[in-house]
Write a protein that binds this ligand. Sequence first.
Ligand code: R5P
Length: 260
Amino acid sequence: MDFGMKNRMAGILSPKDGRCVMLAVDHGYFQGPTTGLEKPREVVAPLLPYADSLMLTRGVLRTCVEADMRIPIVLRMSGGTSVLKEDLSNEDITVSTEDAIRCNASALAISVFVGSENEKATLSNLAKLCDDGQKYGIPVLAVTAVGKDMVRDARYLGLATRICAELGAQVVKTYYCDKFEKVVAGCPVPVVIAGGKKIEERDALKLAYSAVRDGAAGVDMGRNIFQSRWPVQMIRAVRMIVHEGLTDDQAWTELQKMVG
Ligand code: R5P
């Protein structure tokens, strides 16, 4: 890897342990004012001290984040559809790489929809973005999006993550599943997990613990942090699991102490 690529990767995955707590607040790009994220500025500011990187769109970055913050930016580069459509897979690249550079992006994030009608288009877009990423030394985070009718099992997620890595992504985001270790084993680049829909805090900590125990490089978590009753305490507890080796039981105990 060239210096720029290595340096940016070091902002995404900690050089100390190779892990990350990426805070995802990009949901508005197809969901509009997602619950808990109606006012991104107020939501993001208190969480930033505990995030290793921040995943968001350029619109929210430019309007809701102070430019003097030092957290690496994972810029969402794809979009073009909304929750009003049955099929969300019809995405395109919606940001130029030049603009991502102006935003000082440390990584470029793009969704791929393996097995969907738009599989080829989204995979081609991933490949194009990886070409640009190589050209400018910016890693690409491939986001494996799963359609409503698809099963989130190790076979499917293993296929999707491997394809993303083969096409050049430096990091792949996917979902936790049974036999997750097989997904990780089949993917030659670090795998991080999305949190998914809001679940009980105790269960979200278990999800994070199970994922890192089974080989995930960390989390790219959104709703289970910003929709939590205790967003700051929740991200801190997730950090304890990802970076400090706490179990979910231990992190839950710490979270309860923090919230009194
Ligand atoms: C999709 O909306 C985005 O890529 C999210 O950033 C991703 O799904 C992670 O967020 P959550 O933990 O809420 O699933």
